[in-house]
Design a protein around this ligand. Structure first.
Ligand code: PGA
Length: 252
């Protein structure tokens, strides 16, 4: 039985005081209302990591980053390394989000290097994959997603890939209000699970959480999370409101 995970992806939103207030609200609602053994993660902008990580200590909530460098250290102005995240006790990092792929030209090869840096510093990558609308309309979404998973993850050993969280996020459903149907989500999650079984065997593949992301809201989360291969969600817009986010957590 895989533990459900609900991760918020705040993207580039909130000032520091707003971020602290939102975290306080999420912590309060989670401790009052969430009794199920769900893992809750807030992936926040870099500057807030050393502030919010101590704030969530001794709570059910963990903090994550939204990216890290493929390099360990050096002359890379503006970048943040996995070692820096680790030094701030950050346990999770999103890698390969479609916005990074699209706006920052992140490729499978680059993401494989980022995954390695994160794992070398004991961070848990939340590795994102997912197709754009034109790929979905062409009907090549399954092979595209399989390729994304293979390029970034299949150099890992069975022992190491067991530490990863995968997030399937169809790009056409991100921030658009257009959610994949439960059938579309389950079908793609099953494709990814089958691919993992083929490469790593059943025991390893069954233990890897696969989250769904793309316009997850309180009113669709229950149905999505009830799919057999959907192990929770990566939530963007709805994670910016404590009430909505915790209502989604309660669906897990
Ligand atoms: P959304 O974003 O929930 O706003 O669609 C999801 C994501 O980008 O991770």
């Amino acid at each position: 039985m895989r533990t459900k995970i609900v991760a918020g992806n705040w993207k580039m939103n909130k000032t520091l005081s707003e971020a602290q207030a939102l975290t306080t609200q999420v912590l309060g609602l989670c401790s009052a209302e969430v009794s199920a053994p769900v893992k809750v993660i807030l992936c926040v902008p870099y500057p807030y990591l050393p502030v919010l990580t101590p704030q969530v200590k001794h709570s059910k909530v963990d903090i994550g980053a939204q990216n890290c460098s493929e390099h360990d250290a050096g002359a890379y102005t503006g970048e943040v390394s996995a070692a820096m995240l680790k030094s701030m006790n950050v346990p999770y990092v999103i890698l390969g989000h479609s916005e990074r792929r699209q706006y920052f030209h992140e490729t499978g090869k680059l993401l494989a290097a980022k995954v390695d840096r994160a794992l070398a510093h004991q961070l848990i990558p939340i590795f994102c994959c997912g197709e754009s609308l034109d790929i979905r309309e062409k009907g090549t979404h399954e092979s595209l997603v399989r390729q994304q998973v293979e390029e970034a993850l299949f150099h890992l050993s069975a022992e190491v890939i067991s530490k990863i969280v995968v997030a399937y996020e169809p790009v056409w459903a991100i921030g658009t209000g257009k959610t994949a149907t439960t059938q579309q989500a389950q079908d793609m999650h099953a494709v990814i699970r089958k691919q993992l079984v083929g490469k790593y065997g059943d025991a390893v593949a069954q233990a890897i959480p696969i989250l769904y992301g793309g316009s997850v809201k309180p009113d669709n989360a229950k149905e999505l999370f009830s799919c057999p291969d959907v192990d929770g969600g990566l939530v963007g817009g709805a994670s910016l409101k404590a009430r909505d986010f915790v209502d989604i957590v309660k669906c897990a």
